[in-house]
Design a protein around this ligand. Structure first.
Ligand code: ZN
Ligand code: ZN
Length: 313
């Protein structure tokens, strides 16, 4: 696997990502020596000196390894650093991320603190499923998230989406990749497809955070990424709508313009946050309609259902 985030940073960005912004991490940048030798006052000798200084700096860059900070908070390596797919993450961040712990719904991955659907019938499932999944209508086979949409993880995702901190996709992405490798039902995935943003939102933000995450996961797992889904209609604010309205609001929104990209494939759909699961479900429906063999959903975070989250707290 090629790790994009090599120490030098130069040209190390993932395909399709502009490296001129905050990517790769700013901590990788060293001040370059002045190359402006022709215009330097004092003529050629100052130019030569500048060139020598520049050469020595480059030589030092090779000889002295730069300190790599935590890919999430930037804390420098040294204390309790863990490498996940070669990305250093500090113990402070790991302890502040609310990872999904059992019991969680075996279908949608949502943590359950009570109000768990009875496991029905003949033990086909080896764990609990939530009420929503028990009532059917899920087009994805399984969904899993790195953590609960809360605490430090919520802060990181917010910064990635709304504060232009696109470099955070590295740390969040490796956590997602780790979940995918641990989850039996996600094995054998053949390609990653990000949940699309509407072109208008994409133009405003400049990037699709789900695509950045998908590219990071794809790099870790050695899977190709295809932006096979397109969002055709700008939906209103989803989070102001009720559950049923959310679902209806999304019907027919996602399109697969080139079905051959996904036909017959086990698709890993990547998103940042699963809220009700309506978006992931509609994307899954579109992918299946285009001929995908199966859809699995991998998200950075899953929001707990309030009624279930509060049940035992
Ligand atoms: Zn950290
Ligand atoms: Zn569920």
């Amino acid at each position: 696997m090629i790790h994009w985030f090599t120490r030098k940073g130069a040209g190390a960005g993932p395909p399709g990502v502009d490296t001129a912004g905050t990517w790769p991490r700013t901590s990788y940048h060293r001040a370059a020596g002045s190359r402006d030798v022709d215009t330097a006052p004092g003529g050629v000798w100052i130019g030569v000196r500048e060139a020598v200084v520049s050469f020595l700096k480059d030589a030092l860059d090779v000889l002295l390894p730069e300190e790599e900070g935590c890919v999430l908070c930037g804390q420098v390596r040294g204390r309790g650093m863990e490498e996940i797919f070669y990305a250093p993450i500090c113990s402070g961040c790991l302890s502040r991320i609310p990872f999904v712990q059992p019991p969680y719904c075996q279908t949608c991955g949502r943590p359950l603190r009570g109000a768990v659907a009875e496991i029905t019938g003949d033990g086909l499932r080896d764990g609990p499923i939530c009420r929503d999944c028990a009532s059917g209508g899920r087009f994805f086979r399984v969904a899993r998230a790195a953590g609960v949409y809360d605490g430090a993880l919520k802060d990181f995702i917010y910064a990635l989406k709304f504060r232009g901190r696109r470099e955070l996709a590295e740390g969040i992405g490796v956590l997602m990749a780790r979940v995918a490798t641990r989850e039996k039902a996600m094995r054998g995935s053949e390609l990653l497809v990000p949940v699309p943003l509407h072109p208008k939102r994409l133009a405003e933000r400049g990037y699709n955070q789900a695509e950045l995450l998908a590219r990071m996961v794809g790099s870790c797992l050695g899977l190709p990424v295809r932006t096979a889904l397109v969002r055709s209609i700008l939906t209103g604010e989803q989070n102001k709508l009720g559950r049923r309205d959310r679902r209806d609001n999304l019907r027919g929104v996602f399109i697969v313009p080139h079905p051959l990209e996904v036909a017959g494939k086990r698709v890993l759909l990547a998103d940042d946050v699963i809220t009700t699961g309506a978006t992931a479900n509609e994307c899954s429906r579109a992918l299946l309609r285009a001929g995908a063999a199966e859809v699995r959903v991998l998200a950075a975070a899953v929001a707990p259902l309030e009624k279930e989250w509060l049940h035992h707290t």
